[in-house]
Design a protein around this ligand. Structure first.
Ligand code: ACO
Length: 516
């Protein structure tokens, strides 16, 4: 019965630290640092007439220290994070937790009728999340969207949103994209170590030998392509992966050894580019192009997609794009793949589910939409007006914002560099428009930290390399399947079925069942 739920809720006022430690804008950074040290707090709220006008956190102190400025003369007003988001004392703790987690803050000032009354920290809220009364023994309540909730241990990789950094195993993904091949990164994710020269040759030879479509699948592809009025490449890929899994006799992960599961996963990752490009070409009324074992994974994908030998710089740019999108923490499709694997299902089932998740506009999104936006803006002088109008009508600027990154997305930095390396008017134009968008969003949505994400330049890079817009998201699947499979292998190796609970909020049960 949901009427009992509100009584279990706790308010921010129950948890906040009051009074908050404060500072004035015209005090020096040295004053503030000493106060934080002596009061043993990790943030100070900056006030004017008891109203919060800023916040100085440990992060600001680190930023300040790195600048080399003189703490005895630098003013708080110049170094604080201005206009902090605030929360009311009556707010429910779960909502405050979700807001802190989503925005990436560790502290929020608590304000009543404009006046500062305290400060609440992530640690306060976490403490309560663990001691809140339970609906059923052992249950804990997670914030909506599971934001900030850790649901597994992993050694595959991680995303550090505050720093704008992500890594595969223990290596920076960006550095891997600069220095290694896609096959090296694939081996790293599957086996836990970067291959040496002979390991690289063996892994390449193995994966190249597995690219050819199974005979039983080939004749089914035209029917998959022709099944609907509209061709949705990821929908077609989902069906093709299902029939491929059946044709190859993939067995439940529960029933096979880690070695057999790895072999199935390598096979599927090797086949996805072949399936994606064959489906695309059939839809264009063209024959699929056979894989070329003389080409590396990325170059072979471009070859099968376009039927042309790729320029080496295009092949390398696409390879770097693919490396940079192989994995990205517990994103939705990766989580989906792990949930399905937790049931003991086969690798094909998990990948089909992950493709379904990726197809959603909020996830795999549509880099093509970012490209459409550039077309619609037309010229740099129109950018500001266009963005303001779009946000005013409640629209989202495609290719901007991210749940985890509250600073520049490192993938967008890499892709911007790639776009500029490849050249062309669009790369130049996109860079100009990006600057305008960041400025306008900072003005219209202060404190939200909205920067370009992976999608903004992805379309520019892919288009320049000859990949048509409808194939942007399927190309994302070509790389991400490797990350999904690395997670599938990890889940299967140390499995417990993932089965959370929901709070029932419908009419009280049992009600008498009406007679007809
Ligand atoms: N344009 C305008 N405003 C934005 C944008 C944007 N692109 N992104 C976030 N905001 C605003 C929201 O309106 C909101 O403002 P409010 O506080 O006034 O309500 C605030 O910033 C926070 O936004 P949320 O929706 O809470 O952020 P969330 O973390 O849930 O969403 C997401 C992240 C879905 C990526 C979002 O930024 C977005 O819709 N971006 C555009 C679509 C896009 O580029 N998707 C690809 C993401 S990358 C990937 O999945 C591979």
């Amino acid at each position: 019965m949901n009427s009992s739920a509100p009584s279990r809720r706790r308010a921010v006022a129950d948890l906040m630290t009051t009074p908050a430690v404060t500072a004035l804008p015209d005090e020096t950074m040295a004053d503030v640092a000493v106060r934080m040290e002596t009061k043993r707090v990790s943030c100070v709220v900056v006030v004017e007439d008891a109203r919060p006008v800023g916040i100085v956190t440990e992060r600001d102190i680190v930023r300040f220290a790195a600048s080399g400025a003189d703490a005895s003369t630098a003013l708080v007003a110049d170094w604080m994070t201005p206009k902090p988001d605030t929360v009311e004392p009556g707010s429910e703790t779960g909502a405050a937790f979700a807001s802190l987690a989503e925005r990436g803050y560790r502290h929020i000032p608590v304000v009543d009728d404009g006046q500062l009354v305290g400060v609440v920290s992530m640690r306060d809220l976490m403490r309560v999340a663990q001691i809140q009364p339970m609906l059923h023994p052992g249950e804990v309540e997670a914030p909506k969207g599971l934001a900030g909730v850790i649901v597994a241990d992993t050694v595959v990789g991680d995303v550090r949103g505050q720093e704008g950094f992500y890594h595969y195993r223990q290596y920076s993904a960006r550095e891997l994209a600069d220095k290694r091949t896609l096959e090296d990164v694939w081996a790293l994710l599957f086996d836990g170590a970067l291959p040496d020269a002979s390991g690289r040759a063996a892994f390449s030879a193995d994966s190249r030998s597995l690219r050819t479509l199974p005979d039983a699948v080939r004749p089914l592809l035209p029917d998959i392509v022709g099944a609907g009025e509209t061709f949705l490449p990821l929908e077609a890929l989902r069906s093709a992966v299902s029939v491929t899994s059946a044709a190859l006799g993939f067995r439940p992960s529960l029933d096979i050894s880690a070695g057999e599961l790895r072999a199935d996963a390598v096979r599927l990752c090797a086949l996805i580019p072949t399936l994606v490009s064959a489906l695309h070409r059939l839809r264009q009324g063209e024959e699929p192009v056979e894989p070329d074992p003389g080409l590396a994974h990325a170059a072979n994908y471009l070859w099968m997609l376009t039927g042309r030998r790729p320029e080496p710089e295009h092949a390398r740019a696409v390879e770097q794009y693919l490396i940079s999108t192989v994995d990205h923490g517990f994103n939705v499709s990766t989580f989906t793949a792990r949930v399905i694997t937790s049931t003991g299902a086969d690798v094909g089932a998990a990948v089909v589910g992950a493709i379904g998740a990726l197809s959603g506009p909020l996830h795999g999104g549509a880099p093509s939409r970012a490209l459409d936006m550039l077309e619609a803006i037309g010229e740099p002088a129109r950018a500001e007006e266009w963005i303001r109008a779009e946000v005013a009508r409640g629209g989202r600027i495609m290719g901007f914002g991210h749940r985890v990154y509250k600073t520049e997305d490192p993938r967008s930095i890499l892709l911007r560099e790639l776009a500029q390396r490849l050249g062309g008017d669009k790369a130049e134009f996109a860079a100009t428009v990006e600057r305008t968008i960041v400025e306008v969003l900072a003005d219209l949505k202060p404190g939200r930290e909205l920067y370009a994400n992976v999608e903004f330049y992805a379309g520019v890079v892919m288009e320049r390399c000859g990949i048509p817009p409808e194939m942007f998201t399927p190309t994302f699947a070509v790389s991400r399947v490797i990350g999904w499979c690395a997670n599938i292998l990890e889940q299967a190796a140390d499995n417990r079925i993932i089965r959370p609970s929901a709070r029932y909020v419908g009419p009280p049960a049992p009600q008498p069942v009406p007679q007809v």
